[in-house]
Ligand binder design. Structure first.
Ligand code: SAM
Length: 232
């Protein structure tokens, strides 16, 4: 049976059109493997107005903006980055979009009062020390800041620490989505560790999917895990 996507799933169809727009700067053949687009589509169903989401790597703020656009003005997005330039770029992008943006002191646990975007200049490996709440969505787009210093990259050890923390904090029903890049120096080792982390998640508690381009070895990987029940 051929499914008419438009009439059967009008909302999903709209999302595909959004995705098309998002990928409009790439050629038609690249759109299928645009992992940012897939990451957003995978998070979409768990992002509800008024909810809490975490961006482990704010960068230029594209992902933070996506999360904020879905949790809305009453919702909260906590975004980490180690670079002040990244947080400046994110702050500018979100402010222009109309978000309330606050910088947060990384020296003490985060108090999330009111809706908006909370920016933390801190390593994401401190997630559990800084956040005592249960987000429905956590995302990480690893690697370096596009247009910035390519010497500042995410690293295997701190990434793994952040992913363990994210898995612990995530609300039941929530999703963790990670894009990893094997193509840059250190990226292959980190990507392998991320794959191993997702593979190690308890199948009684987690549903896990691995998206990858099977004919391009250095292409980014996208991993998603959905928490089906609380840990024992
Ligand atoms: C690929 S970029 C993120 C892209 C971003 N999500 C966006 O939408 O533009 C990766 C970011 O991770 C940041 N980063 C590197 N190590 C980090 C760490 N330990 N904790 C938090 N952020 C880190 C980098 O500074 C960089 O801005």
């Amino acid at each position: 049976m051929v499914m008419d996507f438009n009439t059967q799933h009008p909302e999903s169809y709209d999302r595909w059109k959004d995705c098309d727009k998002l990928a409009s700067s790439t050629s038609a053949s690249q759109q299928l493997t645009n992992m940012t687009c897939w990451a957003h589509l995978l998070l979409e169903p768990v992002l509800i107005p008024g909810g809490l989401a975490v961006d482990l790597t704010a960068g230029n703020g594209h992902d933070t903006l996506f999360l904020w656009s879905r949790v809305g003005a009453e919702g909260q997005v906590l975004a980490f980055d180690v670079q002040s330039q990244a947080l400046l770029n994110t702050s500018r992008r979100l402010s222009e979009a109309g978000a309330t943006v606050q910088g947060v002191d990384p020296g003490q646990p985060v108090q999330l009062h009111g809706g908006g975007v909370f920016l933390l200049q801190a390593c994401h490996s401190y997630l559990t020390q800084l956040l005592d709440a249960h987000p429905m969505a956590v995302m990480a787009n690893l690697g370096y800041l596009p247009g910035g210093d390519h010497g500042v990259i995410t690293h295997r050890e701190t990434t793994l620490k952040a992913l363990h923390s994210a898995a612990e904090l995530l609300a039941v029903g929530g999703r963790l989505v990670v894009t990893a890049y094997p193509g840059h120096a250190g990226g292959a080792e980190e990507s392998r560790a991320v794959l191993d982390f997702f593979a190690s998640l308890d199948a009684r508690q987690w549903l896990v999917l691995n998206f990858c381009s099977t004919n391009r070895l250095q292409a980014p990987l996208l991993l998603v895990a959905e928490k089906r029940r609380a840990g024992e």
